[in-house]
Write a protein that binds this ligand. Structure first.
Ligand code: UDP
Length: 401
């Protein structure tokens, strides 16, 4: 590709030239919107392009024509964070209404509460234990020979023992990731807490909620700035690069390099939509822990907006599978093989001037929305600092290996 001149690094630039730089953001998701906004406010000239016909990336929401239900088109997105600045930021672009994610799971012919909590444990073992009793009970079941769990399976066996692992995690994880939990890192399971009380809130963060009218208007408001131009159904083309002082790339990292060093593996999702009258399952998310049920979960979208009322309902039956070249990438796999490819791409990226890789696809990490926004804010700040100091803008602002 043509190398983009990092002209802004030159100490010869005048203060006047430190505003009005032409910046291209590839991808109109959260990363692109947040970086674009910050740099637009600093006086730069921002173009955001996206190959899709809508903004918002996979956070995109739209009202269903048939039922009026707000749909999370690319699967459920629940906003939760401990980062006060991020919470204030999103609230300045949309009103957030209270929403608590309370997930259920169907396993072995029963419905249980997730994340594993005292209700789950008592129901599963047909007991009436109090917190300390349950803690001691589960501790006795856990595998103490595992000192420092490395894999998903070791983490589960150490902290919840084989029965709960089999019922809730093994089958679900095999379906979700397409491999044995013994091949996956412990970090995936560490996302889920085990609670010895009746708190069934899926997330433990201080702030949690849903934008009143979905994520699309929120992201639209972030992008609504006189220095930002958004061009949809526009794919990046190498010839564009010369017209810009810097590019922020939130598309797939390997895609930028035309997959020349191999393909980074992802899981993709298929959503089977169906409608019904009234209330189909009584909750927003019902997981399916059994291996012989092909789908991982059913999401019922009207329950993500409990303040709305709709006569009919829309559900997505969700299936995970390997991501092929024409599929939408969702979950980065990040096993040994992918990490080797990732390393090769990061080295290549570090040698490419004038571009910074951001977001879930650009940095090949499983990022929650709040982390994506935090990193985007930090990336924009780093960029503005480099303009002042003359230091080069790195290809990655975060540690990604
Ligand atoms: N998981 C599981 N059973 C469940 C829910 C989650 O085994 O009922 C595992 C699964 O491997 C999943 C991981 O825990 O990938 C993280 O779950 P989370 O709910 O955070 O996944 P997400 O909603 O982001 O897909």
């Amino acid at each position: 590709m043509s190398r983009i001149s990092p002209g802004y690094n030159s100490p010869k630039r005048t203060a006047r030239e430190l505003i009005g730089l032409k910046i291209l953001l590839v991808g109109a998701g959260l990363s692109g919107a947040v970086i674009g906004r910050r740099l637009a406010q600093a006086g730069h000239d921002i173009t955001v392009i996206d190959g899709r016909d809508h903004i918002g990336g996979n956070c995109y929401t739209e009202r269903d024509r048939e039922t009026g239900v707000m749909l999370h088109v690319y699967g459920p997105h629940i906003f939760h964070t401990d980062d006060e600045e991020v919470w204030d930021y999103v609230n300045s672009f949309s009103r957030f209404l209270p929403y608590k994610n309370r997930v259920k799971t169907t396993s072995q012919g029963q419905v249980f509460s997730l994340p594993i909590n005292l209700h789950t444990i008592n129901q599963f073992y047909k007991k009436t234990m109090r917190p300390d009793e349950a803690r001691a009970f589960i501790a006795a079941i856990g595998d103490h020979s595992i000192e420092d769990p490395q894999t998903f399976e070791e983490q589960a066996l150490k902290f919840v023992g084989p029965d709960l692992y089999e019922a809730f995690f093994k089958g679900y994880t095999e379906k979700q990731w397409g491999c044995a939990p013994s091949e996956l890192p412990a970090s995936i399971l560490k996302r889920l807490p085990v609670r010895f009380n009746y708190d069934d809130n899926y997330f433990y963060h201080r702030y949690q909620g849903m934008p009143e009218h979905g994520y699309t208007p929120m992201i639209e408001a972030i992008l609504d700035h006189e220095n930002i131009a958004v061009r949809l159904e526009t794919w990046f083309d190498r010839n564009m690069a010369d017209a810009y002082d810097h590019i922020f790339w939130s598309g797939p990292l390997d895609g930028f390099f035309d997959y020349r060093l191999g393909r980074l593996g992802y899981r993709t999702l298929d959503f089977e939509r169906f409608t019904a009258d009234g209330d189909y399952q009584g909750c927003a998310v019902m997981n399916y822990g059994d291996r012989d049920v092909a789908h991982t979960r059913i999401t019922e979208h009207k329950h993500f907006a409990p303040w709305e009322t709709h006569a009919a309902t829309v559900c997505y039956r969700e299936y995970a599978r390997a991501c092929l070249p024409d599929d939408i990438p969702y979950y980065p796999i990040r096993l040994v093989e992918e990490k080797a490819i990732l390393k090769a791409y990061t080295e290549r990226a570090a040698q490419t001037e004038g571009i910074t890789f951001v977001g879930r696809l650009g940095t090949y990490r499983y990022l929650d929305m709040d982390v994506t926004i935090r990193e985007a804010m930090d990336t924009a700040s780093t960029f503005l600092e480099t303009l002042q100091t003359g230091a080069p803008m790195p290809a990655f602002v975060q540690e990604i290996l």
